[in-house]
Design a protein around this ligand. Structure first.
Ligand SMILES: Nc1ncnc2c1ncn2[C@@H]1O[C@H](COP(=O)(O)OP(=O)(O)O)[C@@H](O)[C@H]1O
Ligand SMILES: [Mg+2]
Length: 239
């Protein structure tokens, strides 16, 4: 279980994350919604140890974040950040060979198994420039899965893709479900949350206003959702 307690973070004296607390159960998919600038990416970067925080606690199975190996927390970035000059296979094996001291042949086998699983085996020798957006995203995910993370995070997985691909991304996320990991997905696409979330978080101005089951979040009579969460939903539906 991944646990965050009273997390505060500021950047240049501005409070970006304000007293954030939540738990993520293994096996669950949580989608984080919220307007642009509400702190979603900063939250992910902080959980991925890419950013320091001011106060609070973050634990993975009762181990404090700073003692958790970086490989246990995987994040797929907006734009995917694949190395353009390396082949797909090299993109997948580079970090595990370095960080996990995997033997090259073990890393290659693991990478080929993952590429196979995601329908990309024939792209192993290609470079990222020759792949479609959706394929690049799946490669970026394979690269993260190489490290066997207990927490898997994706920032705006649909933003670099065509809007019609939301459903494909949702299906892809379903295939990534595993009882051994939690998934946290930031999106501005309500439909993605409707299609694949177990839980929905709604953030606004650095505050986690809603932490609800999908059913409670999308409840048409807004019994449990915050006022601002309900407003966000209504604005989205009216688009
Ligand atoms: N490196 C930074 N320097 C200054 N301000 C930042 C930095 N990163 C994020 N912020 C500010 O933090 C707030 C939250 O940003 P972000 O986490 O990117 O929000 P979201 O992902 O929800 O759009 C914004 O007001 C943004 O301007
Ligand atoms: Mg963002």
């Amino acid at each position: 279980m991944f646990q965050v307690k009273n997390l505060h973070k500021s950047i240049q004296q501005k409070q970006i994350l304000k007293d954030i607390s939540f738990k993520l159960n293994a096996g669950e998919v949580t989608v984080v919604l919220g307007p642009s600038g509400s702190g979603k990416t900063t939250l992910m970067r902080t959980l991925a140890k890419l950013e320091p925080f001011d106060s609070g606690y973050i634990f993975l199975d009762d181990i404090p974040l700073k003692a958790v190996p970086a490989s246990k927390i995987g994040m797929v970035f907006q734009g995917f950040s694949l190395f353009p000059h390396l082949t797909i296979l090299e993109n997948l094996t580079l970090a595990p060979i370095k960080a996990m001291e995997l033997l090259k042949e073990e890393a290659v086998k693991k990478a080929m198994d993952l590429l196979e699983q995601f329908g990309l085996a024939d792209k192993a020798a290609a470079v990222p420039g020759n792949l479609s957006g959706g394929q690049k995203q799946r490669v970026a995910m394979c690269r993260t899965l190489m490290m066997e993370p207990a927490l898997l995070m994706m920032d705006e997985p649909t933003s670099a893709l065509d809007p019609e691909m939301v459903k494909d991304v949702a299906e892809f996320i379903q295939t990534l479900r595993s009882k051994n990991r939690s998934m946290l997905i930031v999106s501005h696409e309500l439909r993605l949350a409707q299609l694949c979330a177990d839980r929905v978080f709604f953030m606004d101005e650095g505050i986690l206003l809603d932490d609800l089951s999908k059913e409670d979040f999308f409840d048409p009579i807004h019994q449990k959702i915050s006022k601002r969460g309900a407003k966000f939903l209504e604005n989205y539906m009216a688009r």
